[in-house]
Design a protein. Sequence first.
Length: 156
Amino acid sequence: MRASFFIAKCNIYTLSLACLAMAAICASVECIAAQDEARTVWDGIYTVEQAERGQELVDEHCAICHGINLRGSQGAPAIAGLELLFLWDGRTLGELLETMRTTMPPGQTGVLADKEYADVLATMLQGSGFPSGNEAESMANLEEIEYVIIRREKPE
Ligand code: HEC
């Protein structure tokens, strides 16, 4: 239900408290929905446990090229910190995850389960300085993180 619909209905003839109240409620619902859409990597969307699990996978499958601390090597770019964020600023975690899932490690895609890629992503977020959250296994449901936006700067 859209606020604009109620506001449109609240024309000069029907202007009433009930009508205004309805519009206000709808507007705030929309507001919450909008905030939800705009979740960013600053909202604590991974847990420390996930990042720890991810680190083990990084050591095993990614570090040989991207370095244990994810800062890259001569042959491969950094996958944490400014270098990553410079390229990914404004894009979604869903996109990043999909890129990892379909291209990494080169020639060995699918060596990790989807959930394991998410754990590696948690390690990358931690390594980039984003805060962890308390929500149990926040990234366990991959659909939930799909639209989380990568932001280099903390939003106001
Ligand atoms: C054999 C070396 C190698 C391994 C192992 C490897 N990568 Fe990569 N990775 C690369 C290279 C080279 C690039 C840059 C070229 C490209 O984008 O295809 C890259 C690019 C990336 C990117 C994109 C970086 C950007 O800034 O867009 C991500 C994310 C990534 N790798 C994640 C991973 C993860 C996670 C793993 C472990 C599961 C992994 N890689 C394992 C070599 C490797």
